[in-house]
Design a protein around this ligand. Structure first.
Ligand SMILES: C[S@@+](CC[C@H](N)C(=O)[O-])C[C@H]1O[C@@H](n2cnc3c(N)ncnc32)[C@H](O)[C@@H]1O
Length: 287
């Protein structure tokens, strides 16, 4: 790489205006620049911007528990910026960072936009809010109906609201995803009448704790029954423990749901820099 190419690379990554305003995790940026320096070690000259991006990042990161991630969706040109926890578990919840299953579901929806067109959507356990933000980005033309992002954790709901505000600074509130606290065992008490009738339920990485299965299934029963079963759910799960997933599938069958596996997402093009070593299963649930 010549001098100008090094400058351009740093400008498009560490020096990107999104990263300057909303910096990614300092340790990630440091690892990236150090790796770049290692790859360029035989070059006579390393551009000054490489060194300055290392030092500036170190000084800037004030929030030790949270950092930003940017997903640049190139065709069409759009991007999502999410503030996320840098730890998998924070404030007693796993939902303050985005998990592989949500990224895989996002990729799946990018390739199957017909699934969401015109639909009023509720997401359960929505975490950082990635899916709802994606579906409302005007550049992507999903043309989804009302989107209600829910989570049982108050911290997640606050983070989702912050992320929605970050990604839709000028959009009228009614055209952005709504974010509300909803614990699955309190689904009956939720003010559903204030929202459009649900056509599609989404959930990613919510099948990991079997003590929550009854609450989740009761919540599904409530949603399906209230819509006379004219409803579909798409559930994305990282395959960590086959027995846990199997147990949930059995309980779905016992409650007379019909489960159909969706296309293989490991094979589909990823817009979200997923770790393809973690297998993610996406299923359609109907009754
Ligand atoms: C592993 S995180 C997944 C977050 C997000 N869907 C993703 O894939 O990035 C699981 C999410 O489910 C939520 N959750 C777990 N149990 C819940 C319950 N009983 N009621 C509502 N939300 C719950 C957690 O707060 C958390 O946000």
């Amino acid at each position: 790489m010549d001098w100008d190419e090094q400058k351009a690379l740093i400008a498009a990554t560490c020096g990107h205006p999104l990263n300057e305003r909303y910096p990614v995790r300092a340790s990630y940026q440091e690892a990236f620049v150090k790796r770049l320096m290692q790859l360029l070690k035989d070059h006579e000259e390393l551009h000054d911007d490489l060194f300055s991006s290392l030092t500036s990042q170190k000084c800037e990161q004030q929030d030790k528990d949270f950092a930003y991630k940017h997903y640049l969706l190139l065709q069409p040109d759009a991007h999502i910026t999410l503030r996320e926890s840098i730890s998998f578990v924070n404030e007693g919840t796993t939902g303050l960072c985005t998990w592989e299953a949500a990224l895989a579901l996002a990729d799946y929806l990018m390739q199957h936009s017909d699934v969401v067109k015109g639909k009023n959507i509720v997401e359960l356990g929505a975490g950082t809010g990635l899916i709802g933000i994606l579906l409302k980005l005007p550049e992507l033309g999903f043309d989804a109906g009302q989107i209600l992002l829910t989570d049982g954790s108050a911290s997640c709901v606050q983070l989702m609201r912050d992320n929605v505000a970050l990604n839709f600074p000028k959009t009228p509130k009614e055209a952005t995803p709504q974010c509300e606290q909803l614990r699955w065992d309190e689904v009956q008490d939720f003010p559903w009448q204030q929202y459009a009738k649900t056509d599609l339920v989404l959930a990613a990485d919510v099948i990991y704790d079997d003590s929550q299965f009854d609450a989740l299934l009761d919540a599904l029963d409530h949603l399906f029954t209230s819509r006379g079963n004219c409803l579909e759910m798409l559930l994305a799960s990282t395959v960590r423990n086959v027995d846990t997933l199997h147990k949930f599938m059995e309980q779905l069958t016992n409650r007379e749901y019909k489960v159909t596996p969706c296309a293989n997402v490991s094979a589909c093009v990823s817009h979200f820099c997923r770790d393809h070593t973690a297998a993610v299963q996406i299923i359609s649930i109907k009754r």
